[in-house]
Design a protein around this ligand. Structure first.
Ligand code: JHZ
Ligand code: ZN
Length: 409
């Protein structure tokens, strides 16, 4: 296995075995031809990039039935409105600025920019989520972003003052094409801004469920900086974000265009000290992941044997890894509640647990609910106060297995 960034060998540190595609919710009829691949993650010791050892073709994951709509959480809508403000403030001060978003999904980030009249384009390969962005009045193009797509965009719109993305750059195996395209499209003083799950946070909280097919890369500042340098780009700022369990937002510019802020050196120092660039931290992470699996599976089996009813909340992509790694099925988790209409009525990947609307949860409170959307904990616990009021208990597993209210007994 060669590193997708620098072509040197990568060292696997955690294998989950055969896994389905994390967003491939399916009907009964589709169960027979379900797609599986080996989910394993490794570190490139040369450039520091953590990445999947085996990849799934892009077109199998991002198509016209993509399951995830970014606007399903009120908290994320607030987060992206603030991200849009930041982009407007830092990049769009000149006359008639142009902003390009890579992987715009349903328009959660571009929407607030477009509504203030900013010239924009959203690119995304997933036709169904993109149709939602178009319905919001956004200018969109259905495509995988690449160096070739960038050339076409440049001809049509000119260069971009800001190229923005969220939870997307780490999804693209051909990351060199993305960086080359971005470099080409940036105006001389433009910024390429993206935020992605931070490997430091994943390791610190043992968020093993962040690992699945769509997450090809697990970025650190060190690995992003190495990648940026190969494309004549500097990382000029970096800023932590409290979403999706902890992310870093990276600001890249053409070499020499902007002086880096002190945050860049400070985060690099922090990464060297914390060991996220060395294999030892990942081997320990893998051992902790195995313990979480054993403890969660053991707890759920014990509760089920005592006759407790267990459901899940949030049919997340993350939950696919966790559920399948733990070997759980409908006998352990009766259903998973989720607001996404396209997931409701379907079965979860691999484990085939039915997905139901939240109204079903409210009408059939279980004794325990596993919070698979743990990154939206506050929002969900606030809206489901009735569950705990009725005696229900939440089970979470990041950073450790916990039952609330109460203890593990
Ligand atoms: P959430 C997806 O991961 C996939 P997922 C993707 N690969 C990625 O990188 C991240 O997003 C960004 C539901 N929900 O955000 C909606 C409720 O039912 O944790 C979603 O199905 N009620 C692009 O899937 C799921 O939970 C609610 O009140 O792990 C949340 O998915 C809320 C707030 C959410 O991302
Ligand atoms: Zn490498």
């Amino acid at each position: 296995m060669a590193c997708l960034v620098c072509d040197r060998p990568i060292e696997p540190f955690l294998s989950f075995g055969r896994m389905p595609l994390a967003d491939a919710f399916l009907t009964e009829a589709e169960v027979e031809r379900e797609f599986f691949f080996t989910l394993a993650v490794g570190l490139c010791d040369s450039c520091g990039m953590v990445q999947l050892c085996e990849r799934v073709p892009d077109a199998c994951m991002f198509h016209d039935r993509y399951a995830y709509y970014s606007s399903t959480s009120a908290g994320m809508q607030r987060h992206f409105a603030a991200y849009a403000d930041e982009v407007r403030r830092r990049c769009l001060a000149g006359p008639d600025p142009f902003v390009l978003e890579i992987g715009c999904n349903d328009g959660i980030l571009l929407g607030p920019l477009a509504s203030s009249g900013v010239r924009h384009l959203g690119v995304d390969p997933a036709a169904n989520v993109l149709a939602e962005a178009a319905r919001r009045g956004l200018t969109v193009r259905q495509a995988f972003f690449s160096e070739q797509t960038a050339a076409g965009i440049e001809r049509e719109h000119g260069q971009a003052d800001a190229i923005v993305a969220a939870n997307v750059i780490c999804h693209v195996a051909d990351v060199h094409s993305v960086f080359a395209g971005a470099r080409r499209l940036l105006t001389p003083s433009g910024l390429f801004v993206f935020e992605e799950p931070y490997i430091g946070a994943i390791v610190e909280s043992t968020a093993l469920d962040q690992m699945y097919d769509e997450h090809v890369f697990y970025f650190s500042l060190s690995s992003v900086r190495h990648l940026a340098e190969r494309h004549g780009l500097d990382v000029v700022d970096v800023c932590p974000q409290p979403v999706h369990g902890g992310e870093l937002r990276y600001y890249l510019a053409r070499r020499g265009a902007h002086a880096p802020t002190p945050a860049v050196a400070a985060w690099l120092d922090r990464e060297r000290a914390s060991g996220v660039t060395s294999i030892a931290a990942y081997r320990q992470f893998a051992a902790r992941a195995g313990r979480i699996r054993d403890e969660l599976a053991g707890t759920l089996r014990r509760l089920a044997s005592e006759g407790r009813r267990i459901a899940g909340y949030g049919a997340t992509a993350k939950s696919s890894t966790l559920i399948n790694y733990c070997g759980l099925g409908p006998a352990d988790i009766a259903y998973i509640a989720d607001v996404t209409p396209g997931k409701q009525g379907k079965l979860t990947p691999g484990a085939h647990i039915p997905v139901r609307p939240p109204e079903h949860f409210r009408a059939h409170y279980p004794d325990y609910a596993v919070l698979f959307a743990w990154n939206h904990e506050q929002e969900i616990l606030d809206k489901e106060r009735g569950f705990t009021a009725a005696g229900g208990r939440w089970i979470t597993y990041v950073p450790t297995v916990r039952i609330r209210p109460g203890s593990l007994t």
